[in-house]
Design a protein around this ligand. Structure first.
Ligand code: SF4
Length: 118
């Protein structure tokens, strides 16, 4: 399988062609530096994303609490994580960094607040 991956490590945005079988990378071309090789190889075999979104606040009809995953989540788990987040409610007061949803979707990664709200 061949995949084109745009490197997001620096603003140059190299278009990198990765060829592989399953999770195994066979060749990487188009990267202008070694960081792009590492990024494209990881993106091919195990893509991850930081999830940034909002959570409802208990008792508040309009306000939402901004949250993010503490570290990158496996891309294939993002929809499951969003379903969990949609059903969650944060209880005030909340401080930036508070864990709102621990171990989301059994990933070992917490969803944390990114804002203080009293
Ligand atoms: S491959 Fe290197 S030069 Fe190209 S976008 Fe990635 S980090 Fe930047």
């Amino acid at each position: 399988m061949k995949k084109e991956i745009i490197c997001t490590v620096c603003p140059r945005g190299c278009h990198i062609q990765v060829e592989g079988e399953g999770d195994n990378v066979i060749s990487v071309e188009g990267n202008a530096c070694k960081r792009g090789f590492t990024y494209a190889s990881a993106e091919f075999s195990h893509p991850v994303r930081i999830l940034t979104t909002t959570v409802k606040i208990k008792g508040a009809s309009h306000d939402l609490l901004p949250v993010r995953s503490q570290s990158p989540l496996p891309k294939e788990k993002l929809f499951e994580c969003m379903d969990i987040i949609r059903g969650a409610e944060a209880t005030l007061p909340v401080k930036c960094g508070d864990v709102i949803i621990p171990d989301i979707a059994s990933t070992g990664i917490n969803i944390v607040a990114t804002k203080n709200i009293d």
